[in-house]
Design a binder for this molecule. Sequence first.
Ligand code: SF4
Length: 209
Amino acid sequence: MILKPICDILDQFYPDPPIPLDFSSPFTLLIAVVLSAQCTDKRVNAVTPALWAHGTSPADIADLPVQTLTDIIRPCGLSTRKADAIHNISKILMQKYHGEVPSDRTALEALPGVGRKTANVLLSHVFNIPAFPVDTHVMRLAKRWNWSNGNSPEAVERDLCSLFPPELWIKRHLQMILFGRNYCTARGHDNSKCPACRLIIQKVPQIPA
Ligand code: SF4
């Protein structure tokens, strides 16, 4: 397994990786992550200002007609399902949590449209509780770099959590997303151009698209 040289490159390229989704509170991050399912972060960031123009609290969003919500978030795709989830999340937060996002994994995962990855994003980015969210980029890179042979996000998460100390989980997760988007893309790879494996082992088998 090639670990340190790749981590050195990740640290060199992304010493302080930013969170790609725009947010101003735990609630706005939660909704942005729900919107990001099968959608790019860039598009979510383009859409959310129109949503927050109606207010940024669960009470504001729970008051919005679901059809209005659906129309606003349509560019993110799966708009009917996401609008229902956002509406119901807002209502539940009002009814059960005094309008706050809970900092507890079980409570987060019980919310509509919230799975383990979304819970991990919330726990790590807003509650400072170490977690390693595994999305499609993290899955792909972990496999290509032989950091995990897991076939599910949960299995890959377990492997990555055992590779790094908890204080590095958030950083490595963000670095892998950025590197995956910019260099190690899903369409395959060109190891003559890629700055990572090319520097480490001169010849990496081409990955079929
Ligand atoms: S050489 Fe290929 S597998 Fe290695 S990091 Fe670059 S794109 Fe990914």
